[in-house]
Design a binder for this molecule. Sequence first.
Ligand code: 2AM
Ligand code: CA
Length: 263
Amino acid sequence: MDLGRINEFALEMIFDAGKYIRASFSQELIIETKSDFKDIVTNIDREIEQFFVNKIKMRDPSHKILGEEGMGDNIVTLDGPVWIIDPIDGTMNFVKQHRHFLISIGFYVDGEGKLGYLYDVMRNEIIYAIRGEGAFIDHRRIRKLMPLTIEEAVIGINASWVIPNDKINHEKMIQLIKKVRGTRSYGSAAMEISLVVTGKLDAYLSMRLAPWDVGGGMVIAEEVGAVTSNLKGKPFNLLTHDTFLIANPSIHKILLDQFIELK
Ligand code: 2AM
Ligand code: CA
């Protein structure tokens, strides 16, 4: 399989989708809710996913697609070539802020991440990785992450995990917030991952993410030395929803051992 050619195909498809999304602000968006009132989707999410599915299937019908909006295949295993796609990660930001949302795509073969893409549509900034060849931001190589202490770390966390909740020990989260240099919350898992792999954030954690939120970012993480896992320290399960942690390697274990206690 020629990953270089698939990479060129993917980059072109992503840039075309970006142009379409930017142009969509001149039309009225159709906004619907999904599982609950906080979970929203627009006609653009669906149109972009359909665009990716058409492009990929036209190029090679044997490639399978796991997409958030369900336009792809019914995926029960990661056997063979599988594209994991979130057409818009951060839909709430897309609707409300017209920025801070990304296209997130991973290309896996037999469960192994080969290509990863995080495209910040409004900044027109592409981060991508080719397994074994490194990660790039706008075609410049991204350096491996530098070690740091927990006191120097800036971490991405949603404020809801610092108030009493049924998923994680919030007292330990409060200890963590006191310990680190700073915290941030961006409302797009793909954006938080893009910041960790470029050293602008040192960790990001979430209690519930889907394969398409992290599939692209996990390939990039591997190439820059960022560590990914679920909150039990096991590999993130790309076939279902799971907890998620990505961190600079020097603080991944400390976060898991000292601050993260699942209920
Ligand atoms: P989305 O915008 O593609 O839905 C927001 O904190 C982050 O979590 C976003 O990356 C968002 O992706 C994701 N997210 C929102 N609701 C989710 C859900 N029910 N399951 C998994 N991920 C979700
Ligand atoms: Ca999405």
